[in-house]
Write a protein that binds this ligand. Structure first.
Ligand SMILES: Nc1ncnc2c1ncn2[C@@H]1O[C@H](COP(=O)(O)OP(=O)(O)O)[C@@H](O)[C@H]1O
Ligand SMILES: [Mg+2]
Length: 470
């Protein structure tokens, strides 16, 4: 018996994750949710015969081509994530943890759309209308064509859609809307999926661009958005550290455009501002003297190159197990860099407390940041600054070798744009980029030679004997 057939015959199924089970259990063995396993309707012996079709199948070349007509929202960073704007009749899921700024972002965007004369309806199931009005006042989002309804009943939401006839509908959040006609508890997967299904049908029928807010919990989206990803056209995820202002809106899925876009926003008391040129934000020293223990790299966030700084502080430790703290970096990669520095480049850090951090709340977790982490730590350990015009790009292996990174040309262009003149890059990987000199390094020891160079004008010949141990 095949797997599919086994599933057909399984009499029980978890509502949360869809796991099929032969017997009832109180807790799903797959997703660990309690009380979600129920009986499935017996599918045995269903036969389907051919019925009427909605429209005949056509040779593909004769199907009228209709491009996705993106309508810009007026918030450029959001439009970038959407692939140009909202498409009429499409459904967007905006997911993120509570407090990350979803309601703020959508209120601002809805107001911007409404100001262009497009009618927007915001349905709030989480807050009272007065609360949303207060926020809208605070972030300057009052507009004539922006309508607001506080509602949690699906039928009532549809009633508002009929009465207001919006072109854009925002539902904040999809988990708070429910219908007594649907089985399952409000906010449960069955309800959320059905509610989203109904709203999707209405969106397609009436050409309403619909944005559904979905809450994601830290432990991985049990509450529903995952269950909706296949249903909607676009999935955006809002991310940001709790105490930092930077917010990244990432395109996880897009049926109408590229899926690796990133939009950058600044969440302030006055609302959420677009960051069209965020690169410099992640640097601590705009004009000042370079400080020992800092190194600059260029990270890729989706298709965007962001020039970002790594900082390190190395201090003699009094503890038997020295402290290792890192913020905004992958702790496993930092630990690896410390070991590689110790064993391959003779930078003694094993008896020292080592603190590492990024600037401005950015997260640097890609291996391309390895070289910058290593240089920041080595600079801090030796109390030597890196020249201010240098960026470092490269993954560092356990043997101390510097390995190639993707998107090198784009990264170098962004560094050059921000005024950096030299780049430490993996050997053999770079194509020339005007305005910046690529200094190829094969291993970490070679890269550390840059710490002995305090001259900030391009003099790559000074670092030419790259096998020299500093
Ligand atoms: N009156 C206020 N003044 C300043 N900041 C506020 C105010 N009210 C809420 N915030 C902040 O705005 C941020 C975003 O909130 P919100 O958009 O409601 O998030 P979400 O909808 O994702 O849960 C929160 O971190 C919150 O602390
Ligand atoms: Mg909210």
């Amino acid at each position: 018996m095949g797997k599919a057939a086994a599933r057909e015959r399984a009499p029980f199924r978890c509502e949360e994750c869809g796991l099929h089970l032969a017997k009832w259990v109180g807790r799903c063995p797959e997703c660990q949710a309690w009380g979600t396993v129920g009986e499935t309707a017996a599918p045995a012996g269903i036969t389907v015969s051919a019925g009427p079709v909605s429209s005949p199948a056509t040779p593909i070349a004769q199907v009228p081509a209709q491009g996705a007509a993106h309508r810009p929202t007026g918030v450029a960073e959001l439009d970038r994530c959407l692939g140009g704007g909202l498409v009429p009749g499409s459904v967007v899921l905006l997911a993120g943890e509570p407090g990350v700024g979803k309601s703020t972002l959508l209120t601002a965007a809805a107001a911007q759309i409404a100001r262009q004369g497009t009618r927007c309806l915001v349905v709030t199931g989480e807050e009272s209308a007065a609360q949303v009005r207060l926020r809208a006042g605070r972030i300057d989002a009052l507009a004539d064509e922006l309508y607001l309804a506080a509602e949690t009943d699906l039928a009532a939401v549809l009633g508002h859609v009929e009465a207001v006839e919006p072109k854009v509908l925002v539902v904040d959040s999809v988990q708070t809307i429910s219908s007594p006609a649907i089985d399952g508890a409000p906010g449960g997967v069955a309800q959320v999926r059905e509610v989203a299904g109904v709203l999707t049908r209405i969106a397609k029928q009436r050409g309403i661009a619909t944005i559904l807010v979905g809450h994601v919990t830290k432990d991985g989206a049990i509450a529903g958005p995952r269950a909706l990803e296949h249903l909607v056209d676009v999935v955006l995820s809002v991310e940001g550290a709790r105490h930092a202002r930077l917010r990244l809106v990432r395109t996880v899925k897009n049926r109408f455009g590229p899926a690796d876009e990133v939009g950058c926003f600044d969440l302030t008391d006055d609302g959420i501002d677009e960051l069209t040129d965020p690169s410099g934000l992640f640097l601590s020293r705009a004009n000042g003297e370079p400080v020992p223990g800092t190194a600059v790299t260029v990270a890729m966030e989706g298709r965007r190159a962001l020039v970002s700084e790594v900082q390190a502080l190395v201090a003699p430790s009094t503890l038997p197990a020295p402290r290792r703290a890192c913020s905004g970096l992958d702790s496993a990669r930092v630990a690896m860099m410390l070991a590689v520095l110790e064993r391959r480049a003779v930078v003694k850090v094993s008896a020292a407390d080592v603190y590492t951090a990024t600037v401005g709340g950015v997260r640097l977790v890609e291996p391309a940041a390895d070289l910058a982490i290593a240089l920041a730590v080595a600079g801090a350990a030796r109390d030597r600054p890196l020249p201010g015009d240098v960026v470092a790009l490269g993954e560092v292996g356990l043997a101390g070798e510097v390995r190639p990174v993707g998107g090198l040309t784009g990264r170098l262009q962004e560094a050059a744009r921000l005024g950096f003149r030299r780049a430490l890059v993996p050997a053999g990987a770079s194509t020339p980029v005007s305005g910046i000199t690529a200094i190829e390094v094969t291993d970490l020891r070679a890269a550390l030679c840059i710490l002995n160079d305090s001259i900030s004008t391009p003099r790559p010949s000074n670092v030419a004997p790259l096998n020299r141990v500093s």
